[in-house]
Write a protein that binds this ligand. Structure first.
Ligand SMILES: Nc1ncnc2c1ncn2[C@@H]1O[C@H](COP(=O)(O)OP(=O)(O)O)[C@@H](O)[C@H]1O
Ligand SMILES: [Mg+2]
Length: 448
């Protein structure tokens, strides 16, 4: 049973990832693995078959042997015992009656063993912890001005684990744009999961007003047409659909795809790039038009200029979601000045909060975060510069707003000038570019 489990587990994995497996030509390696498990399973099966054969043989011979031995013993035990027809036939009849229950006995025993194993497995499956249904309060009160509020929240992924998120107290007003920043593993995605009620709430209270749309960090794609993936069973509204597709920068992709938005998207989105998947996932959330948007780094897998387009057209203060409450986890520093509130997360706690200018003046974890990612941003912008210069004139003021402002603000703050200094070095010493590139790679690897 154990080797059967192993084999089924491996085969499941192989079949799930058959495309990758074929692509990298790993068939032989996996064939060896499956064969090895199959061998051990075969050995067990062979043993079981031999035992089965012996027991079947015994069971077939048993009635005959039993009758023979009984009569022999009966005759031999005493001289006065005479085996006449009456005794013999009555005994044979009795043995025949006993035969059926005795035949069934081994089957009953093996079925009982199987049943107990299955029961144990079902028990483990059915007695998994349940999600607390009341962990997130859905506020029905329309008069309340806070769209999301967490009071003294302590959350963990598992009831017995140490809490992942501690001392969370946040109030997010209706219609505001909140940016959540922090290093990888600092609990940004966990914060969104807590708001969705997917984490174990140990203390405190969470309330969310209105319907919630969630864009996960890993885009989730159904095996359906691109349009069905965006509309997702909702009412079809053509003009709104086109607005959403345009805002999520999907129009150029639709032109490339063989059948436009009718293109069938393969299992797990195999025929879309990472950025396209993320944009489809974002478009689905935007299309459903909810009150609260939880966006888990939706701009991480898209190119920098597409990211800017999406921020302006969807998430930003002029975007289609401008009246909704948006919680945006992001690594894009250029978007931060436009956020109403920035939450800085360090090891599961919100260590700083406030607007961009307030946080810059404080020079705490946020300034450190900026310093870490300033290099990466600078590199991105440099690589993009050529592209943007070909654009229309109106891209110039945008650049001034997004990249000029952070630089200017950092400049005001003398204690955090190292970010500016790094930028200066990058611009000045082109020879050092290779080294900067390496740092950027490391940063990229670090983004959660
Ligand atoms: N589904 C999960 N189950 C258990 N632990 C998790 C899960 N997701 C994240 N964690 C843990 O929570 C911590 C914070 O992770 P996460 O919120 O994903 O960080 P971030 O999104 O900021 O990179 C990590 O230590 C991680 O191991
Ligand atoms: Mg994350």
């Amino acid at each position: 049973m154990k080797s059967k489990d192993n084999r089924i587990k491996l085969m499941n994995e192989v079949l799930n990832g058959i495309k990758v497996l074929k692509l990298y030509a790993w068939e032989l390696a996996f064939k060896d693995k499956v064969s090895a498990i199959r061998e051990s399973e075969l050995r067990v099966l062979k043993k079981a078959a031999y035992l089965g054969a012996i027991s079947t043989f015994t069971w077939v011979c048993a009635p005959f042997l039993v009758a023979l031995s009984t009569f022999t013993v009966y005759v031999m035990i005493d001289e006065r015992n005479v085996l006449d027809a009456q005794k013999a036939f009555v005994s044979l009849a009795l043995f025949n009656i006993l035969r059926f229950p005795l035949n069934m006995l081994p089957m009953v025993i093996s079925s009982m063993v199987q049943a107990s194993v299955s029961m144990k497995r079902l028990c483990v499956f059915l007695s998994h912890e349940e999600l607390q249904e009341d962990s997130v309060e859905r506020m029905a009160v329309a008069g309340c001005s806070d769209s999301i509020s967490i009071e003294d929240g302590v959350f963990s992924w598992c009831r017995n684990d140490a809490p992942t998120l501690k001392r969370l107290s946040v109030c997010i007003p209706d219609g505001s744009l909140v940016a959540v920043v922090g290093h990888v593993g600092s609990g940004k995605s966990s914060l969104l999961s807590a708001l969705l009620g997917e984490m174990e709430k140990l203390e405190g209270s969470v309330s969310v007003k209105g319907s919630v749309a969630y864009v996960p960090q890993q885009a989730w794609i159904q095996n359906a047409t691109l349009k069905d993936n965006i509309v997702f069973g909702q009412e079809r509204k053509e003009s709104w659909y086109h607005r959403v597709v345009e805002a999520c920068a999907l129009l150029p992709d639709l032109e490339i795809l063989p059948a436009g938005d009718g293109t069938e998207i393969g299992e797990k989105g195999v025929n879309l790039s990472g950025g396209q998947k993320q944009r489809v996932s974002l478009a689905r959330a935007v299309y459903c038009d909810c009150a609260v948007y939880l966006l888990d780094d939706p701009l991480s897998a898209v190119d920098a200029h597409v990211g800017k387009h999406i921020f302006e057209k969807v998430v930003g203060p002029q975007g289609v979601l401008k009246d909704r409450t948006r919680v945006l986890v992001t690594h894009g520093l250029s978007f931060l000045p436009q956020a109403d509130l920035i939450l800085v997360m360090v090891e599961g706690e919100i260590t700083e909060r406030g607007s961009y200018l307030e946080l810059m003046a404080r020079d705490g974890a946020f300034a450190e975060f900026l310093r870490t990612y300033a290099n990466k941003e600078q590199e991105d912008d440099e690589s993009e510069e050529g592209r943007e210069e070909e654009d229309t004139e109106d891209s110039a003021p945008k650049r001034g707003l997004e990249n000029g402002l952070p630089a200017a603000v950092i400049g005001q703050n003398h204690s955090s000038t190292s970010a500016v200094r790094t930028e200066g070095e990058v611009l000045g010493k082109k020879a050092k570019n290779a080294e900067v590139g390496r740092i950027t790679e490391a940063d990229k690897a670090n983004t959660g």
